[in-house]
Design a protein around this ligand. Structure first.
Ligand code: PBG
Length: 325
C-alpha cells in the first residue's frame, strides 16, 4: 500500500513557494486615503493607529510613497469643513475631495490609478449616503441626480476610477450615463456591489468625522444574505460597472467567492477600517504576530476570489511582499 503524503509539498520553503496557489503582488493593492480640509498637518485617527487624515501636502507626499511602493492605486476620501443636507461640497470644484484629486492625479496619475469615493455621506450634515425625503428616508432617485454630478466633477478632477459606495439602486447606470454624455466615456466605475451594513465600518466614521446618527440598513445589504451579494454584483455589471466589489472582506469571503465565480469582470474586496483596527489592537497587545496576520488576511481575501484588495496596509504590505520575494 502506498501511503498518501501531502506533507511532501510542505517540506521546505522552496517547495512551499513553488506550489503556492495564491500569491500577493503590490500591484493588486489599493490604499484608501483620507484628506481633511483646512489642516496644515496630518491628523491621527485614534481608532486606526498608523492611519491619518492627510493635509493636502502630506497627501501628496504619501501618494508619491505609495507609487514608489509599487501598489496599484489609491482611493481618496474627503473630509470637508462644512456640511449641509445635500452635500454641496461634494460637487464644488473647490471642495476638498476634488482639489485633492487634482493634486494627486498631477503628482502620481501616471504611476497609480487615482480613484475617488463617490458617495455623499462625508458631505452631508445628517451623514447618510444620499439626500433625504421629507419623511427622513434616503431618497434613492433624488440621490442619483447628485451622484451624476459628483461623477462628472470627479472625472473632470482627474479620477480614473469612481468608487460608487452609496448603495442606491441603479447608481451605476446613472453615473455611467452622466459620464458618457459629458465626455468622460473613458472614466471607469467600481461598483460597491456587495456592500453590507456592517459594524466593521466603525473606525471609518471617526476617520471621516461622520455625522450619522442611525444606521444604513435601508440601503446596505443585510449581513445575513449571501445570494443578495451575487444579485447586486450582477446588477452592477449589467449597468456598466467595470469592476465590482465585496465589502467588508474577511467576514464575507463566502460572498466574495460566489461573486468571483459569477462575474465576468474583475472582483475586488475592501478590507475595512474595523478589520484594520481589530488586528492592530491585538498586535499592539502582543497577542498576534502583526506582519504574519496582515499578510495572512490579505492572502485569504485573494484566495477567496478578490483580484485586488483595498487595504489600509497596502503600502506596508507591498514592502513586505518585496522583502519576502
Ligand atoms: C461610504 C463608505 C464607507 C466606507 C467606505 N465608503 C462607510 C459606510 O458605508 O458607512 C467604509 C470603509 C471602512 O470602514 O474602511 N462613503
Amino acid at each position: 500500500m502506498t501511503a498518501t503524503r501531502p506533507r511532501r509539498l510542505r517540506a521546505s520553503p522552496a517547495m512551499r513557494r513553488l506550489v503556492a496557489q495564491t500569491r500577493l503582488h503590490p500591484a493588486e493593492l489599493v490604499l484608501p486615503m483620507f484628506v481633511r480640509e483646512g489642516v496644515s498637518e496630518s491628523v491621527p485617527i485614534a481608532s486606526m493607529p498608523g492611519v491619518v487624515q492627510h493635509s493636502l501636502d502630506s497627501l501628496r507626499r504619501a501618494a508619491v510613497e505609495a507609487a514608489e511602493a509599487g501598489i496599484g492605486g489609491v482611493m481618496l476620501f474627503g473630509v470637508p469643513l462644512e456640511r449641509d443636507s445635500t452635500g454641496t461640497r461634494a460637487t464644488d470644484p473647490d471642495g476638498i475631495l476634488n482639489v485633492a484629486t487634482r493634486a494627486v492625479a498631477d503628482e502620481v496619475g501616471e504611476a497609480l490609478v487615482v480613484q475617488t469615493d463617490l458617495c455623499l455621506d462625508e458631505f452631508t450634515d445628517h451623514g447618510h449616503c444620499g439626500v433625504l425625503a421629507p419623511d427622513g428616508s434616503v431618497d434613492n432617485d433624488a440621490t442619483l441626480e447628485r451622484y451624476r454630478d459628483m461623477g462628472v466633477i470627479q472625472a473632470a478632477s482627474g479620477s480614473q476610477l469612481l468608487g460608487l459606495s452609496g448603495m442606491m439602486d441603479n447608481q451605476v447606470a446613472a453615473v455611467r450615463d452622466a459620464l458618457d454624455s459629458s465626455g468622460f466615456a473613458g472614466t471607469a466605475i467600481l461598483g460597491y456591489a456587495g456592500k453590507y451594513a456592517s459594524a466593521y465600518y466603525g473606525p471609518f466614521r471617526e476617520a471621516v468625522d461622520s455625522q450619522l446618527a442611525g444606521d444604513r440598513r435601508t440601503y446596505q445589504l443585510d449581513p445575513a444574505n449571501r445570494r443578495e451579494g451575487v444579485r447586486e454584483a450582477a446588477l452592477d455589471e449589467e449597468q456598466g460597472a467595470d469592476v465590482v466589489m465585496v465589502k467588508p472582506a474577511s467576514s464575507y469571503l463566502d460572498v466574495l467567492a460566489d461573486v468571483a465565480a459569477a462575474s465576468s469582470i474583475p472582483v475586488w474586496a475592501y478590507q475595512v477600517s474595523g478589520e484594520y483596527a481589530m488586528l492592530e489592537a491585538a498586535a499592539a497587545n502582543g497577542w498576534i504576530d502583526r506582519r504574519r496576520a496582515v499578510l495572512e488576511s490579505l492572502v485569504a481575501i485573494r484566495r477567496a476570489g478578490a483580484e485586488a484588495v483595498l487595504s489600509y496596509w497596502a503600502v506596508e504590505a507591498a514592502r513586505w511582499i518585496r522583502e519576502d520575494g
